[in-house]
Unconditional design. Sequence first.
Length: 159
Amino acid sequence: MKNIIVGVLTLSVIALMVMTAMRGPAFQGGEAATVIEDMGSRTAASTQTSKPVAKDDRAIEEDKLKALRDKAGNVGGFKVSKDYKSKCASCHGMNGEGIIGPRLIGLKGEVVYQQLLDYKAGRKENMIMKGLLMNLDQEQLKMFADEIGEFEAKAAAVQ
């Protein structure tokens, strides 16, 4: 009985393989495979035959301006504590500009301190904030609040 079942299954698998082969290239890479191959040969051929395109003055100036903006953005930031970087910067940005979390620049230290206490106590719902603040004492919360309260003055001093 086992031999009959194995024989039937083997014949079924072979029949399916033959049927797949007869249907054509759609099941063996299909047209997408030839399109990708064609694109590869076209890009290789086009890179060999094309000449570099000279940029006009406006494009060159825009590139220089973009590079200057990028450099200014990196240099223009102000220093923050290692604790802020490790606990807050991933959501609120390196200088409190807000990424995922809200913007912190411009908030007063007292307001931030009260909000931190509310998150820690669960009066404000945010599991991430509660988890980050759970093991911090009030002195550490006050330190974070004072640092964040100084962001606006530090940003103005840098500019």
